[in-house]
Design a protein around this ligand. Structure first.
Ligand SMILES: O=P(O)(O)OC[C@H]1O[C@H](O[C@H]2O[C@H](CO)[C@@H](O)[C@H](O)[C@H]2O)[C@H](O)[C@@H](O)[C@@H]1O
Ligand SMILES: O=c1ccn([C@@H]2O[C@H](COP(=O)(O)OP(=O)(O)O)[C@@H](O)[C@H]2O)c(=O)[nH]1
Length: 473
């Protein structure tokens, strides 16, 4: 079996004991843990004039290669172009996009640095799988250095429609970079449609059925691979949590009240202010729920070096304070707001206790929390998933109560419905969701992508003649 080489900006090293608040690191650790291979990425450290020598070590079946970056390059790459330009763009927040040429140049320098450090570690028959928007130009850089093997790319966040994507001054250059991969994976079919429409209408790429693209001299494929979770492990963690000290403390603190839970990085894409407002609206419009339901929002701080994330934190502190100030009783605090990350076992206990899992992003690539909440439920008495129509997970979670996160009153109504939902309906909805969580696991996702990467070019049909391009996209 060919060796799997995973490249991502964020790597969870085995020494890290703290919970990782981010789906990519969680998912890749689970994917690689089973198969083994090389995981290459940023060490999390910076040093002026950092060398191109990665720190290499082995733990279990995984070899790690961790690269230190120059501080200014790291800033331009991560806080600058990746999270100041591409993240808001791909989440449809044009008002938050900043585009600075220095950031774009730093982004490219870091990708070049990654390629130079990675190349000596590669064997020709390795399967290289690059993850996420921090590393789109990596294949171009590896090809420039002469690497000809298979390289795949997975984009964990949404791909915006051409109307939005065209606001990026570097739009054509990035798609040229994508064309250097053999397989480009996106989370949903609508992301695929958005990218293929851009390719056929803006850069005159030729499309063939199955997502095959010819762009200049390159042939590659674009397809949807919705990411999953390690369902078995989550079910196990949730079962093991029953009767644990943590679960007992949680139950005791709720004193028989229903729990609604949210777990999100503190990120403006997650729709947190609207979620808080919806909970406030529930307490205002349905006073019978006062003192009978508690909401817990776990929101570990994320990307504190980007200004918008700091202002969101202040906004949420104010909102939480005003809801609690208005509705709290001497023996009931309506909203518990926690800014630190929790380990998976603790999350599993909290999910299982919660009558409602509340997932309200304004846009989200997938949202693994939605799937984890489903996996952690007690099949005999499951809770209700309330899910944004703008999360990638909505395509699979047909049993959720689907909400529009811009509609605060509509979300409050869904919370009211969820709190009153009869057991039989809860079971039916949960079963529909759980079937998907169990059939599309992280292992299935991994194997599916890798097997299609291995054969990406062999199965390519002839491209369609140009007159059919637009209708195919
Ligand atoms: O690395 P950070 O800057 O701390 O951010 C954490 C990760 O956030 C994003 O996760 C995405 O991937 C998930 C798994 O596919 C998906 O469910 C979610 O919808 C996405 O937002 C980001 O894409 C990762 O690169 C970050 O590591
Ligand atoms: O305190 C926390 C909060 C979140 N997570 C994990 O972080 C991931 C978040 O992934 P998701 O796809 O929902 O969103 P992202 O943060 O990647 O945008 C999930 O696996 C969570 O279980 C965690 O381990 N501890």
């Amino acid at each position: 079996m060919a060796r799997l080489v995973i490249v991502s900006n964020r790597v969870t090293s085995p020494k890290e004991r703290a919970a990782k608040a981010g789906g990519l690191a969680v998912a890749l650790r689970e994917a690689l843990g089973k198969r083994g291979g090389l995981w290459f990425g940023w060490s999390g450290e910076t040093e002026v004039g950092a060398s191109a020598e990665p720190k290499v070590f082995r733990s279990g079946r995984i070899t790690y290669g961790l690269l230190t970056l120059d501080p200014e390059d790291q800033r331009a790459h991560y806080a600058g172009y990746a999270n100041g330009t591409l993240w808001p763009l791909c989440h449809y927040r044009l008002g938050l996009v900043s585009f600075r040429r220095a950031d774009w140049e730093g982004y490219r320098r870091v990708n070049e640095h990654f390629a130079r450090a990675l190349l000596p570690m590669l064997k020709p028959d390795d399967i290289i799988w690059v993850h996420d928007y921090h590393l789109i130009p990596l294949a171009s850089e590896l090809r420039k250095l002469g690497f000809e093997g298979r390289i795949g790319y997975f984009h964990h966040i949404p791909w915006p429609t051409p109307a939005v994507y065209l606001s990026l001054p570097s739009h054509a250059a990035l798609v040229q970079d994508l064309s250097q991969y053999d397989l480009v994976g996106l989370q949903t079919e609508s992301d695929v449609r958005a990218l293929l429409t851009y390719i056929s209408s803006e850069v005159r790429g030729w499309l063939a059925p199955g997502g095959f693209v010819t762009l200049g001299p390159r042939r590659f494929r674009v397809a949807a691979y919705p990411i999953g979770i390690d369902a078995e492990a989550f079910v196990e963690d949730a079962r093991a949590a029953v009767g644990s000290e943590e679960m007992k403390r949680l139950h005791a603190s709720l004193a028989g009240r229903a729990l609604a839970v949210g777990v999100d990085r503190l990120d403006y894409s997650k729709g947190l202010p609207n979620k808080f407002a919806a909970f406030g609206e529930l307490l205002k419009s349905w006073p019978e729920h006062r003192s009978t339901v508690t909401m817990m929002q776990i929101a570990p701080v994320s990307r504190g070096e980007v200004a918008e994330y700091r202002s969101l934190r202040r906004e949420l502190e104010e909102l939480a304070g005003s809801i609690n100030g208005e509705y709290a009783e001497f023996d009931w605090v309506p909203l518990r707001y926690l800014n630190r990350p929790f380990q998976r076992a603790t999350l599993a206990a909290i999910y299982r206790t919660a009558r409602i899992g509340l997932v309200t992003p304004l846009r989200d690539g997938m949202n693994l929390v939605a799937k984890e909440y489903v996996a952690a439920q007690d099949p005999k008495d499951p809770g209700v998933l309330v899910l944004s129509r703008f999360a990638g997970a909505v395509d699979e979670m047909s049993g959720a109560l689907i909400i529009n996160p811009y509609d605060v009153e509509g979300m409050a109504e869904a919370l009211h419905t969820a709190l009153l939902m009869p057991l039989e309906e809860r079971r039916e909805r949960w079963r529909a969701n759980m079937d998907k969580v169990e059939s599309n696991t992280i292992h299935h996702w991994c194997e599916h992508f890798i097997s299609e990467l291995a054969t990406a070019n062999e199965t390519a049909p002839d491209p369609l003649p140009p007159q059919y391009q637009a209708s195919r996209a």
